[in-house]
Design a binder for this molecule. Structure first.
Ligand code: CAO
Length: 430
């Protein structure tokens, strides 16, 4: 009996992807776990593995197709049913022609898409359809029906019932919140564009992958977070001297302690004094969600686009441990090996453009966080110190924050403290 294999869950918040590689054709034998497709989502390229030893009967998608979880990818017969001999390994999917060349010889990141529960094979006759993230969300049949009628994905609803059950009130709250947010993920509809070709030649490039995710994420962040940006200057002359000495003493060892690492330390320290900067606002419930863990996202520029991997437990790590972790995460971003999990769970973000230049900028809060620190290039400036003009190394800092949660005075105090900590090597390591 032929079985339809449907695309499993692609990860939290990922509702579609582009097929960039097809590694099977009708008549192929595949082994369980063997990669059949490569699907590029807004975060990474994922392998879609075979769910069982099987004989491929038909392939329902081709390179370039947009696919969604639950969509039929192949029809197959289980190896036993088709009396196929033990499946042999087929070649890995060839990247489609339009897939951009990977930045390194290692190739694009391949993250196996997790199987939907209870099993992707049960897709045609699943008793209770799993939520979009593949989980079976506990809810009564009437609540399920209610969600279906409103087109609500249960996986996205915060459950307040016992044992994680979603209640009807939870769905109403979710809908209220969604309506309250006004704009769609891509922002409010913009007026139609003029016909640019009237003025000269134009080229239209598809908006996809990381670029598309960035466009959507920024529109959400911009519309959701009424923000203010505060600027300040940190005198890092002494710290930079200490950093250089420390770096020289560690030459050749992994984990370079850079300005970004010092900023992670400083922000972590100041978050302990201003815990509401590590929160999120739940307007629907009328609550501020305060997080006591300290995971800091770092904006990383890469050929694949801007990504924000998260350095974990920054309050428990030394400068060199943070440096080793950031080096590894930045490398994974640049070689497209970063996983979704490694880009989730941040409470605050740092964006350092100092390697490129500029004085100040206005970073966009990485919603649902409430604050982000932008770092510009440190430069020598003449400053008055104890009545004398001196050349000091000054680092331009820009703190954007969500004014619904943070008042201007606290924004200024927070940033001043970051400057103080960054200016004093003893405060940094204490
Ligand atoms: N001012 C002066 N010097 C700086 C600096 C700054 N703001 N930031 C870094 N430097 C120094 C470092 O201390 C290091 O000095 P040494 O060579 O003397 O040790 C040198 O520049 C190289 O640093 P780096 O850039 O390799 O490492 P980093 O840890 O500072 O930064 C990372 C890592 C991942 C943040 C960076 O490589 C990057 O991708 N930056 C871009 C972030 C971005 O795109 N932001 C925009 C987001 S919004 O569109």
């Amino acid at each position: 009996m032929a079985i339809e294999f449907k695309l499993p869950n692609l990860g939290e918040g990922v509702d579609s992807g582009d097929v960039v590689g097809v590694g099977v054709k009708p008549g192929d034998s595949v082994a369980k776990g063997q990669s059949m497709f490569e699907v590029e989502t807004n975060k990474a390229v994922m392998d879609v593995p075979a769910p069982a030893d099987a004989l491929v009967v038909a392939v329902a998608v081709k390179a370039g197709d947009k696919v969604k979880p639950g969509q039929v990818m192949v029809t197959y017969e289980p190896a036993a049913a088709s009396a196929a001999p033990s499946a042999k390994a087929a070649p890995a999917p060839a990247p489609a022609a339009q897939h951009p060349a990977p930045p390194t010889a290692g190739g694009p990141s391949r993250i196996p898409a997790e199987s939907a529960q209870p099993s992707p094979l049960a897709a045609t006759q699943a008793p209770a359809a799993p939520a979009s993230d593949g989980r079976i969300v506990p809810a009564s049949p009437s609540v399920r029906k209610f969600a279906r009628e409103l087109g609500v994905d249960l996986a996205r609803v915060s459950a307040s019932g016992s044992g994680g059950r979603v209640l009807e009130e939870d769905i109403k709250l979710y809908v209220k919140q969604a309506l309250g947010s006004g704009a769609s993920a891509a922002g409010p509809a913009a007026p139609p564009l003029p016909d640019f070709s009237k003025w000269g030649a134009v080229e239209r490039l598809p908006l996809k992958g990381v670029r598309k995710a960035t466009a959507q994420g920024m529109a959400v962040a911009w519309s959701q977070s009424p923000r203010v940006t505060q600027f300040d200057l940190a005198d890092i002359s002494g710290t930079e001297e200490a950093r250089k000495k420390f770096s020289d003493s560690r030459k050749g060892r992994p984990g370079k302690v850079t300005v970004t690492i010092l900023a992670i330390k400083a922000v972590t320290k100041v978050l302990a004094e201003f815990p509401h900067f590590a929160s999120s606002l739940d307007m629907a419930r009328g609550e501020v969600v305060r997080k006591s863990y300290r995971n800091i996202g770092i904006a990383v520029d890469s050929p694949g686009g801007l990504m924000v991997p998260v350095v974990r437990d920054t309050d428990k790590k030394s400068l060199s441990e943070l440096a080793v972790e950031l080096e590894s995460l930045a490398e994974k971003v640049r070689t497209r090996k970063i996983s979704l999990e490694e880009m989730q769970g941040g409470v605050f973000t740092i964006s350092n453009l100092g390697g490129i230049g500029g004085t100040f900028f206005t970073p966009i809060v990485n919603w649902p966080e409430v604050a982000i620190l932008g770092i510009s290039k440190a430069r020598n400036e003449l400053q008055m110190v104890d009545g004398q003009v001196e050349s000091r190394l000054m680092l331009g800092l820009s703190l954007s924050y969500d004014h619904r949660v943070i008042d201007g005075a606290d924004g200024a105090r927070f940033l001043r403290r970051v400057c103080e900590v960054l200016s004093n090597p003893f405060e940094l390591v204490n």
